[in-house]
Ligand binder design. Structure first.
Ligand code: AP5
Length: 210
């Protein structure tokens, strides 16, 4: 399966991508995670990307396109989480794909629900696990269930930055829903439901795509 996950910030793309990857073995290419890793390692890419992410803006297309092209060149299956994020990236993806996409899964949810999700998100800086203080807490309190590292709040999960990310999503990423619908690739799940229900919907829409 060659999958793209799109949806607003906090819609649950990363949560579902990790679960699907664990069950089916598809590699995840998550541009946000790759960029955060580059920032933590202080690579040249990370140094360039940091200010954009802190402001809630998209990192410039050439940087992100190259990152994705390098990762998917040799993959037969993958989950692209957070890419493409605008029309230029979608067009670029078509030129670098080794084979056509199987489906684009759209995680549909209202903005009101997302504010609570992002405000309560905690992530593991070591293994990348994602938690929520009420909806999906770590059983180890403020430490990661999987590796024991101290959980943190993402730098861009601050109220002003969240607002900016929503506006970037509405202007630049939301038009991709119609773009992929017109190409017959769009599969929609109701991302407002509990995580297990979203996952069952995801498996069901993917069945239709095989
Ligand atoms: P990125 O990391 O991709 O962030 P995002 O798209 O804003 O998405 P999020 O990671 O915030 O949310 P998610 O949908 O994965 O939700 P999650 O599963 O964590 O990008 C960050 C930045 O990097 C961008 O702003 C940009 O600067 C840059 N960037 C990335 N890609 C780029 C690109 N292609 N081009 C240019 N720049 C790029 O869930 C959220 C919370 O809700 C968690 O706490 C979770 O536990 C909880 N939760 C999940 N599902 C449920 C549920 N069903 N019910 C209740 N709670 C739930």
């Amino acid at each position: 399966m060659r999958l793209v996950f799109i949806g607003a910030p906090g819609a649950g793309k990363g949560t579902q991508a990790k679960r699907l990857a664990a069950e089916k073995g598809y590699p995840i290419v998550a541009t946000g995670d790759l960029l955060r890793a580059a920032i933590a390692e202080q690579t040249p890419l990370g140094q360039q990307a940091r200010a954009y992410i802190q402001r809630g803006e998209l990192v410039p297309d050439p940087l992100v396109n190259q990152l994705v092209a390098e990762r998917i060149a040799t993959l037969e299956s993958f989950i692209l989480d957070g890419y493409p994020r605008n029309l230029t990236q979608a067009q670029m993806l078509e030129t670098i794909l080794p084979q056509p996409l199987s489906a684009v899964v759209y995680f549909a949810i209202s903005e009101d629900a997302l504010i609570a999700r992002l405000g309560g998100r905690r992530i593991c800086p070591q293994c990348g696990a994602v938690f929520h203080i009420t909806a999906n807490p770590s059983t180890a309190g403020d430490r990661c269930d999987h590796c024991g590292a101290t959980l943190i709040t993402r730098e861009d999960d601050q109220p002003d930055t969240i607002r900016k990310r929503f506006s970037v999503y509405r202007e630049q990423t939301a038009p991709l829903v119609d773009y992929y619908r017109q190409r017959g690739l769009l599969r929609t799940v109701n991302a407002d439901a509990p995580p297990d229900t979203v996952y069952q919907q995801l498996l069901s829409v993917l069945c239709e795509s095989t």
